[in-house]
Design a protein around this ligand. Structure first.
Ligand SMILES: *[C@@H]1O[C@H](CO)[C@@H](O)[C@H](O)[C@H]1NC(C)=O
Ligand SMILES: *[C@@H]1O[C@H](CO)[C@@H](O)[C@H](O)[C@H]1NC(C)=O
Ligand SMILES: *[C@@H]1O[C@H](CO)[C@@H](O)[C@H](O)[C@H]1NC(C)=O
Length: 353
């Protein structure tokens, strides 16, 4: 299989060993951490200061990320504050965070390739498949290119502890042209909640429920960004392939925010303090945001696994909380009025429109 046809989760095996080797924490460090923990708990009076997501500072590429693959198809721009990854007939490209994180807020400002982009997939996601091969966790933003005149679509998904047989895809159209300008795509991940944001607006909330069991991501993950050839499934179930006549396809990433608890992948020692990791649990969706989210989902969501009766005979147990939305859908999860195709989907089984 050509490199550019692999899924993002198949990409970084070589990198993983390099990264594993890079971690080695001395006992001294451990005591130092304990010392810091106790002193700062005293200082902070145990209560974490609230974080303001909108004011978290972005970093330059080198401060948090390393190239994974793609050679010259990854290019730094604006003194390393931005990065361009591109896909041509030779290869795609990708990068990953130097650290793994247990919980946090992760964001990128992304501009997608314009014009004909069928079959092209741009992904911004968290995963730990290189550390936990059999029972990995994953939180995805996936951008699916389209033929000329049709819009890019965004897909979100969550896997926990190797639950790859159980997809929780949602798909949305965007209310702007994502190829014209940069827009922010962000993930808030705490112990019990995942929130997907687009331009600071929540578009999806996944609340950990008892019934999800291990399916809620719970182990440290790295951040990844990739561009690759998804001809087999990305556009109309594989009907429209990447056309290299229009290559290179370039996606730009800026506004890189990695605000989380860095964790050692081997001994699971957190490099951050307990109360620092708890700040994310205080991030919730305000009633105003929830109302707006409901509107956005109503207008722009084109697929949800929750309403895909063909795929899941009974709605997955975490779904009924969103029952008010189901009136919008009929049959197999796609909104009425959207055209559906039954494509072969390697990793993500969602129907396409
Ligand atoms: C965020 O930063 C802006 C500009 O520096 C400032 O005006 C605003 O008060 C900050 N918001 C919060 C919640 O700290
Ligand atoms: C995750 O998977 C591992 C290995 O399959 C299993 O031993 C463990 O109990 C699972 N954890 C949860 C929380 O389900
Ligand atoms: C997007 O993120 C950047 C960098 O974090 C920030 O400066 C900008 O205001 C954000 N834009 C929107 C629309 O949220």
């Amino acid at each position: 299989m050509a490199e550019n046809q692999q899924s993002p989760t198949e990409k970084y095996t070589a990198y993983s060993y390099r990264k594993k080797m890079a971690y080695g924490v001395s006992p001294l460090y451990f005591f130092f951490t304990l010392f810091l923990l106790s002193s700062s708990l005293l200082a902070a009076g145990r209560f974490p200061a609230p974080i303001h997501l909108e004011n978290l500072t972005s970093i330059s590429f080198d401060e948090g990320y390393t190239q994974l693959f793609g050679g010259g198809n990854l290019m730094l721009l604006r003194q390393g504050k931005a990065v361009r990854i591109s896909l041509d007939e030779r290869t795609g490209a990708g990068f990953a965070s130097n650290d793994l994180f247990l919980h946090g807020f992760f964001s990128a400002s992304i501009k997608l390739p314009s014009d004909y982009a069928a079959g092209v997939v741009v992904a911004f996601y968290m995963s730990n498949v290189d550390v936990f091969e059999k029972n990995h966790d994953e939180v995805d933003f996936e951008f699916l290119g389209n033929i000329r005149g049709r819009d890019w679509r965004v897909q979100t998904n969550v896997y926990g502890n190797g639950s790859t047989g159980f997809g929780r895809e949602e798909r949305y159209g965007l209310w702007f042209d994502p190829t014209e300008d940069f827009h922010n795509y962000s993930i808030l991940w705490s112990r019990n909640r995942i929130i997907f944001y687009i331009d600071r607006k929540p578009i999806r909330e996944v609340v950990r429920t008892e019934s999800m069991g291990g399916d809620f991501p719970s182990k440290p993950m790295s951040l990844y960004a990739t561009i690759w050839d998804g001809s087999g499934w990305a556009t109309a179930g594989g009907r429209y392939k990447v056309n290299y006549k229009y290559a290179p396809y370039a996606a730009e990433f800026a506004g890189l925010v990695l605000h989380g608890c860095a964790v050692d992948p081997i001994d699971r020692l957190s490099l951050c303090l307990q109360h620092e990791s708890e700040v994310y649990e205080f991030v919730t969706i305000t009633p105003e945001q929830r109302l707006a989210m409901r509107g956005l989902r109503k207008r722009h969501m084109s697929y949800s696994y929750c309403y895909d009766g063909k795929r899941y005979r009974t709605p997955p147990p975490e779904c009924p909380a969103y029952v008010h939305e189901s009136e919008e859908f009929e049959g197999a999860g796609s909104r009425s009025g959207y055209r559906r195709h039954h494509g072969k989907h390697r990793r993500h089984q969602a129907s396409d429109e």
